[in-house]
Design a protein around this ligand. Structure first.
Ligand code: NDP
Length: 463
């Protein structure tokens, strides 16, 4: 059981008691969820961060909050049968983890990727609870998905699969119950199919049951951009605290999906030079700065591989494999693809090349060992649950607009997003200072997100 090295060695008696408690609960987690390594990793990170909180406020231990919060309120697992273009019957497995509803209806994306399993669903759902609390908006935590691989599937196959997925999921969700959105492999197109099918089954136009909808049927303007833009706004706050500015900085953004594309767009708009991005096959390096219009054309319009970029811009280089991207010298690294894409070795490479800030656009893209490397080397580290919370924050704004039946302009949503990201940053910094780890945004994010939910759970009794 590896504890994170970033916690202080010399501990007070209260901290030792808190540490013993956290380790006991962690042991139960391991025993109850065997082999779920991503889930173990996410709980380890959060549990360790909470030791200073429990030492100062033992009531959270007395109320058994950790034991309760780590157990999902409900997990739904279901068969998703569908017929491919050749007439063959295929079967996938669908999930929805309804993790915590202490401060609002369950809220979290749906992921379609062959790696989806119970461990990945639970790690994402668990993190989502605290991320959602950090936004200051009334949303609980959840996550869902299927081990379906959208790559190489026709439009018709995607639609049939998505409709079959919804044929089961519809009975578990609703605007005041559980509100899904997109994630890896699920964008506006898939949300459109899910919403259409839900509407058909329910016989009612319940706009607030999904977020990330197309704006033609009550999707919020600015939702598509929100996670990437939000991560860059968060980066700006981190840099400001050190008297730095994005202008002129060299940036690497991994992935080339929804989060990456809009992180690149905002970073460029604020004067940074983004030199590399990737997909699951490889990465492109364009020393003079990436041409985003080309990336959008390849990824959003043609849905092709990122290697195509060099056909448009022969000066750029394409390399097979993903981890090599972190060997490119940069000031700011934004992992925006998937979990555990930066390991200890990649982290050391980034540090050696003088990286100033690492900001997680994806969920848990850095391993625990990589985070230790950054923090121990004085690199500014923006944890995903704070840095990428802009997406779910604008989802909550979409829910508000749907309830009012009134849309806001792009500018209004973007202004609110900027305020929210600033507020999240301040909360993290304040908590990091209050609990003796000034500037450690990971500890700050975990403590302040946890506290909000824990306080609500205490007030609501044994739930
Ligand atoms: P997309 O599906 O739009 O894009 C994902 C990108 O990551 C693609 O370029 C994909 O490449 C790449 N990728 C996926 N799996 C791997 C892998 N195993 N190795 C390397 N690259 C991979 O997803 P999003 O942009 O929506 O999500 C990206 C991350 O951000 C996820 O961790 C997600 O949970 C997180 N996130 C997303 C939010 C949102 O609003 N969308 C909100 C908050 C967090 P390829 O095309 O080859 O698969």
């Amino acid at each position: 059981m590896t504890e994170m090295a970033i916690l202080k060695d010399a501990k007070t008696l209260e901290e030792k008691l808190a540490e013993r408690y956290v380790n006991e609960v962690y042991r139960i987690v391991i025993k109850r969820n065997p082999g779920e390594k991503e889930f173990h990793q996410a709980t380890r990170e959060i549990f360790d961060s909470l030791i200073p909180l429990f030492a100062k406020y033992p009531r959270y231990m007395e109320q058994g909050i950790l034991e309760r919060i780590v157990e999902p309120e409900r997990t739904i697992m279901f068969r998703v049968p569908w017929v491919d273009d050749k007439g063959k019957i295929r079967v996938n497995r669908g999930y929805r983890v309804q993790y915590n509803s202490a401060i609002g209806p369950y809220k979290g994306g749906i992921r379609f990727h062959p790696s989806v399993n119970s461990s990945i669903m639970k790690f994402l759902g668990f993190e989502q609870i605290f991320k959602n609390a950090l936004t200051g908006l009334p949303i609980g935590g959840g996550k869902g998905g299927a081990d379906f691989d959208p790559k190489g599937k026709s439009e018709g196959e995607i639609m049939r699969f998505t409709q079959s997925f919804m044929t089961e999921l519809y009975r578990h969700i609703g605007p005041d119950i559980d509100v899904p959105a997109g994630d890896i492999g699920v964008g506006q197109r898939e949300i459109g199919y899910m919403f259409g099918h839900y509407k058909r089954i329910k016989g009612a136009f319940e706009a607030g049951v999904f977020t990330g909808k197309n704006p033609t049927f009550w999707g919020s303007l600015g939702r598509k951009e929100a996670t990437g833009y939000g991560a860059v706004y968060f980066t700006r706050e981190m840099l400001r605290s050190k008297g730095l500015d994005l202008k002129g900085m060299t940036v690497i953004v991994s992935g080339s999906g929804n989060v990456s594309i809009y992180a690149i767009e905002k970073a460029q708009a604020l004067g940074a030079k983004v030199v590399a991005c990737s997909d699951s096959n490889g990465y492109i390096y364009d020393e003079k700065g990436l041409d985003l219009a080309t990336i959008k054309q390849i990824k959003e319009v043609e849905r092709k591989r990122i290697r195509e970029y060099v056909n448009y811009h022969p000066r750029a280089k394409y390399r097979e494999g993903c981890s090599g991207i972190w060997a490119i010298p940069c000031d700011i690294a934004m992992p925006c693809a998937t979990q555990n894409e930066i390991d200890e070795q990649s982290a050391r490479m980034l540090v050696k090349n003088g990286v100033k800030a690492v900001v997680e656009g994806a969920n848990m893209p850095c391993t625990l060992e990589a985070i230790d490397v950054f923090i121990n080397n004085g690199v500014l580290f923006g944890p995903g649950k704070a840095a990428n919370a802009g997406g779910v924050a604008v989802s909550a704004l979409e829910m508000a607009q749907n309830s009012m039946r009134l849309p806001w302009s792009f500018e209004e949503v973007d202004r609110k997003l900027q305020e929210i990201m600033k507020r999240i940053y301040r909360q993290c910094i304040n908590a990091s200072e209050e609990f003796g780890y000034p500037g450690n945004l990971m500890i700050g994010a975990n403590i302040s997100g946890f506290r909000k939910v824990a306080d609500a759970m205490i007030i609501q009794g044994v739930v």
